[in-house]
Design a protein around this ligand. Structure first.
Ligand code: RUQ
Ligand code: CUA
Length: 763
C-alpha cells in the first residue's frame, strides 16, 4: 500500500511530514496558554462547551434569516461555524443562483407586477413540522419589504419556489407553519388597500385600508405551495405582527397579534405627530384569534370573495361564521408564542413590563358562552382580557419574544430595553433567572424552541447592535448572535458570533440528526423543478445543434474536461448551453462560466443546468470549470469562438508538439505502472464489504466509468502508432493516464472511506 501513496499522492505525504515537525516544536501547556491569552476558568468552560474538534460535527443546525441580503445563513451549534448561505430572494453567485436559467426561473416567480426585485428583507424562517415537531424536510422564509414567501427544500438546501402575496404591500408576520405544515401563515404589516391597484387617500385609512392574514396551502409531496388552494382572512387596518399556530388542544387555531390598533396616520411634514406617538397611545392592542380549520372549510364552500384572483374571507363573513375574535393585549405587542403543549399563548408588549399568558381553555369558554366585552369598530367580538388571561408576569423592560425549554413550564423571553434574557415559569408565573446579553436583543431562539417538543440545551440571543464587541470594520457593524447554555438552572453565556450578512433577524435550529440531505442528484435532474432536465445527456451523447441563429449545446462535465471543448458560433447567435455533471462521487461539483457573458452555474453531481446568452460580441472567450475539482481542474476549460458572419478558416491544422516514439514509449510505461497501483487499490476494495457503503459504491461507479473509456483511447493510440503518428499516439496514451489518475484518486478516496468507516474483510 505504501507504493500507492508514494506514487499518487506524494504531496499528501510531504504535508504529513511537515505536520509532524510542527508538533514537535509546540510544547506549550494548557496553563501556558491560559496565562498567555489571559483566559479564566470560566472562559475555558465556555470553550469546552462550544468547541467542536476537527472531524466532529455540530449537534444542531441553525437556519438564520440573512436579513436584507435576502438569503439564509446556515450555521452549526454549538460551534457557531457558518456552513452555507442559501440564495433565496437575491442572486447568490457561488451557487449560480440567478446566473443560470433554472434558478433565474425561481427568482422570476418573485417579480411583482412584472418588476424584478433583486433584494429581500428576510425575517422569519420556519422549519416544516409533523405533529408539531420539526421534521427537517422544508424551510420557509418571508420577505417583509416585498410581500413574498419562499420554499427551500432541505434535501438539497435549494430554493424551489417564491410566491408573491396577491393582496399585501408588506408582510412582517411570516413564516409560521401549522401543526402538520398544512398551511404556512403570513400576516400583513402596514395596512394598504387589498386590491393593490387603486390609489386610496390616507384619510380613508379606516374604510379602505385593510390588514390580513394569509394561509398558504403547502403540498408536502410536491414540496410546493399551491396558490390556488390558499386563502386570506381580511382583517382591520391594525398592523398585524407575528403569528403562531395552535397545537395539541389548540390545533386548528392560529393567533396573530397587532399594534397600532389606533389606526393612526402620521405626517410630520403636515404638522401631525409622528407614527411613533399615535401608534402607541392606547394601553392595549388586539390579539387576533382565528379558527383557520373552519376558515378553510368556509372558503371551500365558496364564501370567500376574490381579490386579485385570490380567495379572501371578508371580516363580516368571518364574524358571522364565528371564526374570528379579538383579545386586548398590552401594549404595542411584539411576538405571540404558543406553549409547546398548546394550552397557553404568550404575548409581550414592547412598552409594557409584563408578559401576558393567555389560556386557550378560557378563550374557548368565553367563545362558547358568548361572553364578549365589546365589539371592535369592524364588528369583531372582543373577549375581555381577564376572561382570557392565565397570568401576567413582570419580566423587565421591553419584553419581546418567547421561546421554550425542554423542561416543563419553562420559557425564555428577550428584554429589548434591559438587554437581558429572562428565564421564567409560565405556569406559576415567576422569574427563575436572568442573564445580561450584549446590546439590544430582538429575537431569541432555543433548540427546536417553537415546536411541540423543544430540545433545550442552548439558546441564541440575536442582538441588534454589536457596538464595541468585535474588531471594528467601519461604521456598519456586524450583528451579534450570542450562544447561551441553558442546560442548567443558571444560564451561562458561551460565545459571541459576529454575523456579517444583513440583519440576521430570526433563526431556527434543528437537531442535526433530523436532516437527511442528499449527496447527488439522479443524473440529469433540474434541481429547481426536481424534474428530469430536457437538456440532459449521458456520456457520448453530447451534441451541438443550430436552428437559425439559435445554437444549443448539450454537454457534460466530468473530471477534468468539459465536453465540448469548443463552441463555434457566429456573432449575434443566441447560445444555450445545458451541462450535466456525470460524477457520482460526493462533493464533486463542477462550476461553469464563459468569460464576460455574465453566466455562472454550480453543477453538483448528477445535476443539469442551463446557461443562456446572446453572443453579441465577436471574439475568443474561454469557458472553464470554476470549482477546484481535481488536480487538472485548471485544464478543465474550452473556447467559445464568436466568429464574424461568413468567416472562413485559412489554416486547417493545430500546431504540433512533435512528440517522438520515445515520448510515446515513456507514456506507455507510466500507464503500465499506474495500472499496477489501480489494481492494488481495486484488490483492497473488493476484498472488503464495500457494497455495504453507498458512498463507496458511487465512487466505484465513477471509477469504473473512467476505466471504461480506456479501450477506446487505447485503440486510438495503437492505430496512430501503427501509422507512426507519434503525436496522436502519445496524446491518446496520455489521455489513458488521465483516466487512470482519476480512477486512482477515486479508488484512494474509497479506500480511505472504507478504512475509516470500519469495512470488514470478505474472505
Ligand atoms: S419581529 S425583533 Cu421583526 Cu421578528 Cu421581533
Ligand atoms: Cu471541474 Cu474544476
Amino acid at each position: 500500500m505504501k507504493k500507492i501513496t508514494q506514487r499518487t499522492v506524494p504531496l499528501l505525504l510531504a504535508a504529513g511530514m511537515g505536520l509532524a515537525a510542527a508538533t514537535a516544536w509546540s510544547a506549550e501547556s494548557l496553563q501556558d496558554v491560559l496565562k498567555r491569552r489571559s483566559l479564566s476558568q470560566q472562559d475555558l468552560l465556555a470553550a469546552a462547551k462550544t468547541y467542536v474538534p476537527t472531524g466532529k460535527r455540530d449537534e444542531f443546525v441553525a437556519f438564520s434569516s440573512g436579513g436584507q441580503s435576502g438569503q439564509i445563513i446556515v450555521y452549526g451549534i454549538p460551534s457557531m461555524r457558518i456552513l452555507k448561505y442559501i440564495g433565496v430572494f437575491t442572486p447568490e453567485p457561488w451557487q449560480g443562483y440567478g446566473f443560470d436559467e433554472n434558478s433565474k426561473a425561481v427568482l422570476a416567480q418573485g417579480k411583482i407586477d412584472g418588476k424584478d426585485i433583486t433584494w429581500g428583507d428576510t425575517h422569519h424562517p420556519a422549519i416544516s413540522e409533523t405533529n408539531g415537531e420539526y421534521d427537517g424536510q422544508f424551510l420557509f422564509i418571508n420577505d417583509k419589504a416585498n410581500p413574498r414567501l419562499a420554499v427551500i427544500d432541505l434535501r438539497d438546501f435549494e430554493t424551489k419556489q417564491i410566491v408573491v402575496n396577491p393582496i399585501y404591500k408588506s408582510e412582517h408576520g411570516g413564516a409560521f407553519v401549522t401543526t402538520n405544515t398544512e398551511y404556512v401563515i403570513e400576516a400583513a404589516q402596514y395596512p394598504a388597500p387589498l386590491e393593490n391597484k387603486k390609489f386610496q387617500p390616507l384619510e380613508e385609512m379606516n374604510d379602505k385600508f385593510r390588514g390580513g392574514v394569509t394561509y398558504w396551502k403547502f403540498d408536502r409531496k410536491e414540496g410546493r405551495i399551491v396558490p390556488k388552494e390558499s386563502f386570506s382572512l381580511e382583517l382591520p387596518p391594525y398592523w398585524q405582527d407575528l403569528s403562531d399556530a395552535g397545537k395539541g388542544p389548540s390545533e386548528g387555531w392560529s393567533f396573530t397579534n397587532s399594534f397600532c390598533s389606533e389606526r393612526y396616520v402620521g405626517g410630520i411634514e403636515k404638522g401631525r405627530p409622528p407614527y411613533e406617538a399615535g401608534c402607541s397611545a392606547k394601553d392595549t392592542d388586539y390579539l387576533h384569534v382565528i379558527n383557520w380549520k373552519k376558515a378553510a372549510e368556509i372558503v371551500k364552500q365558496g364564501k370567500a370573495k376574490k381579490i386579485n384572483g385570490h380567495d379572501v374571507l371578508p371580516i363580516d363573513v368571518a364574524v358571522k361564521e364565528g371564526i374570528l375574535f379579538l383579545i386586548p393585549e398590552p401594549k404595542s405587542p411584539h411576538g405571540v408564542d404558543v406553549t409547546p403543549d398548546g394550552t397557553k399563548i404568550i404575548v409581550s408588549g414592547k412598552l409594557d413590563t409584563h408578559t401576558s399568558v393567555y389560556s386557550f381553555e378560557k378563550i374557548q369558554a368565553a367563545i362558547k358562552a358568548g361572553k364578549f366585552e365589546s365589539k371592535d369598530p369592524y364588528g369583531i367580538p372582543v373577549i375581555g382580557m381577564k376572561d382570557a388571561l392565565h397570568t401576567q408576569v413582570q419580566l423587565g423592560l421591553g419584553p419581546l419574544h418567547t421561546q421554550y425549554d425542554s423542561k416543563p413550564c419553562t420559557a425564555y423571553t428577550s428584554l429589548y430595553v434591559d438587554s437581558q434574557v429572562a428565564k421564567w415559569d409560565f405556569c406559576e408565573g415567576k422569574v427563575l433567572d436572568k442573564i445580561s446579553v450584549h446590546y439590544n436583543i430582538g429575537h431569541l431562539m432555543t433548540m427546536e424552541g417553537d415546536s411541540a417538543k423543544p430540545a433545550g440545551r442552548f439558546l441564541v440571543a440575536l442582538n441588534k447592535l454589536a457596538i464595541d464587541r468585535f474588531v471594528p470594520v467601519g461604521p456598519l457593524h456586524p450583528q451579534n448572535h450570542q450562544l447561551i447554555d441553558i442546560a442548567n438552572d443558571k444560564m451561562q453565556l458561551l460565545y459571541d458570533m459576529p454575523l456579517p450578512l444583513g440583519e440576521p433577524h430570526y433563526v431556527v435550529a434543528i437537531d442535526a440528526k433530523k436532516l437527511k440531505p442528499g449527496v447527488r442528484y439522479k443524473v440529469g435532474t433540474d434541481s429547481r423543478t426536481d424534474k428530469p432536465h430536457p437538456g440532459a445527456v449521458r456520456a457520448g451523447e453530447e451534441v451541438t445543434t443550430r436552428k437559425g441563429n439559435k445554437v444549443e449545446v448539450k454537454g457534460t462535465l466530468i473530471r477534468s474536461h468539459i465536453t465540448p471543448e469548443t463552441i463555434d458560433v457566429e456573432v449575434g447567435d443566441e447560445v444555450t448551453i445545458h451541462l450535466t455533471n456525470l460524477e457520482r462521487a460526493q462533493d464533486e461539483t463542477h462550476g461553469f462560466t464563459v468569460s464576460t457573458y455574465n453566466v455562472h452555474a454550480s453543477i453538483e453531481p448528477g445535476k443539469t443546468v442551463t446557461v443562456k446568452f446572446k453572443a453579441d460580441k465577436e471574439g475568443v472567450y474561454p469557458y472553464y470549470c470554476t470549482e477546484f475539482c481535481s488536480a487538472l481542474h485548471l485544464e478543465m476549460m474550452g473556447y467559445l469562438l464568436v466568429k464574424p458572419k461568413g468567416w472562413k478558416p485559412t489554416k486547417t491544422e493545430m500546431a504540433k508538439a512533435n512528440y517522438t516514439e520515445a515520448d510515446y514509449k515513456a507514456t506507455l510505461k507510466k500507464v503500465a505502472d499506474t495500472q499496477a497501483v489501480i489494481d492494488s487499490v481495486v484488490g483492497y476494495i473488493t476484498s472488503v464489504n464495500f457494497k455495504d457503503f453507498p458512498d463507496v459504491v458511487a465512487m466505484v461507479e465513477d471509477a469504473t466509468d473512467q476505466l471504461s473509456k480506456i479501450p477506446e483511447a487505447k485503440a486510438k493510440h495503437e492505430a496512430a502508432a501503427a501509422k507512426k503518428d507519434w503525436e496522436q499516439a502519445n496524446l491518446w496514451a496520455e489521455q489513458i493516464w488521465q483516466y487512470q489518475v482519476k480512477t486512482a484518486d477515486l479508488g484512494l478516496r474509497a479506500k480511505t472511506y472504507l478504512e475509516q468507516n470500519g469495512a470488514k474483510k470478505v474472505k
